[in-house]
Write a protein that binds this ligand. Structure first.
Ligand SMILES: Cc1ncc(COP(=O)(O)O)c(C=O)c1O
Length: 335
């Protein structure tokens, strides 16, 4: 099948740095490195920006006037979509799960400041988010707008392509460092990031790290199926995906979700404090904290799955963390 490189708009500061975690490596007895995708930008930051480079290029090419997307109240994805849309002169309409908060903070505050049209929806409505997005798009069309729907997390084939490309960036950086990474550890929230990494890995498995996927909600079984769907969408769009690309290209690690999406676990909070104290790197309790907890737990068990040289993908989340400040007794609120 013929492949095509899709149009792209530059939104992220790339390449993001790869740094060695010297003190954590010594503590855990594993050679640990971090890829700072939390530094794709300041307000336009985190893993979503790599997806939006392709998604919003499609939106602009289609002549869109407004983007539509969805997420939780503190959705990093919704905030990144709003910032990127506004940068490109598009209106932004977001469906956020939950009632309006009393205090505006973090990602929600930013959506507000950026003048997004915020619509609050219930958990039941969120369950049929794709249908709701399609209905809102239809209503906007009837008003003469040209809407572009970005699915939850930007996690369709086109968004995931951003992380297939990121794998090439990792390979080039590893070459420049005259090293190679055995695994790249990532949090999984809607599946697009890991799907892209799986596609990128399948392109050159001998030169690229194997993704190690840590679900922060649902389960590995659920996300394997999601990754299959995203890979199928990449193929349908004729994006470059090796025939070998398959969810089993990733290693999957269950057991770090805790009480559910957005609910901090004591283990993740402890692991976050250790990284912050040792290396001056902040994570968030919803995504990166759980993935980092899994990595440190596997290292402490002496698990062979990590391999010799591990790259932790810092996917962002700082703005969500800023909305969770608690008390001296409980600095980060659990939910
Ligand atoms: C900070 C952060 N890390 C990781 C993820 C997970 O990425 P994905 O949704 O592509 O699985 C998300 C979004 O869901 C996120 O906001």
């Amino acid at each position: 099948m013929s492949h095509r490189e899709p149009p792209r708009i530059s939104l992220a500061s790339l390449p993001t740095p790869i740094e060695r975690l010297t003190r954590m490596s010594a503590r855990l007895g594993v050679d640990l490195w971090i890829k700072r995708d939390d530094r794709t930008g300041s307000d336009l930051t985190g893993n979503k920006v790599r997806k939006l480079e392709f998604l919003l290029a499609e939106a602009v090419a289609a002549g869109a006037t407004v983007t539509l997307t969805c997420g939780g109240l503190q959705s990093n994805h919704a905030r990144a979509t709003v910032v990127a849309s506004k940068r490109l002169g598009l209106q932004a309409h977001v469906l956020l799960r939950g009632t309006p908060p009393e205090t505006l903070a973090g990602n929600y505050l930013m959506c507000h400041l950026l003048g997004a049209h915020i619509e609050h929806i219930t958990a039941e409505q969120y369950g049929r988010r794709d249908q709701l997005l399609a209905e809102r798009a239809e209503a906007l069309r009837a008003r003469g707008e040209r809407p572009y729907v970005v699915p939850e997390g930007g996690s369709n084939g086109l968004g995931a392509h951003g992380y297939a490309v990121a794998m090439g960036e990792i390979e080039a950086q590893a070459d420049a460092l005259e090293t190679a990474f055995s695994t790249v550890v990532t949090a999984v929230g809607s599946g697009g990031t890991v799907a892209g990494l799986v596609a990128g890995y399948a392109a050159r498995p001998q030169r690229r790290p194997r993704p190690l996927a840590v679900p922060v909600c649902d389960s590995a079984a659920y996300f394997r199926a999601r990754v299959s769907q995203v890979l199928a969408d990449m193929r349908k769009r004729e994006l470059p995906v090796a025939p070998e690309a398959h969810p089993d290209g990733a290693l999957w690690q269950d057991g770090f979700v805790g009480a559910g999406y957005g609910r901090a676990t004591p283990g993740a909070l402890e692991a976050m404090a250790e990284l912050a104290g040792e290396e001056g790197v902040l994570l968030d309790p919803t995504y990166t904290g759980k993935a980092w907890h899994a990595l440190t737990a596997l290292a402490r068990q002496g698990s062979p799955v990590l391999g010799k040289r591990v790259l932790f993908l810092h996917t962002g989340g700082l703005l969500g963390l800023m909305a969770r400040g608690g008390t001296h007794a409980e600095p980060i609120s659990e939910a």
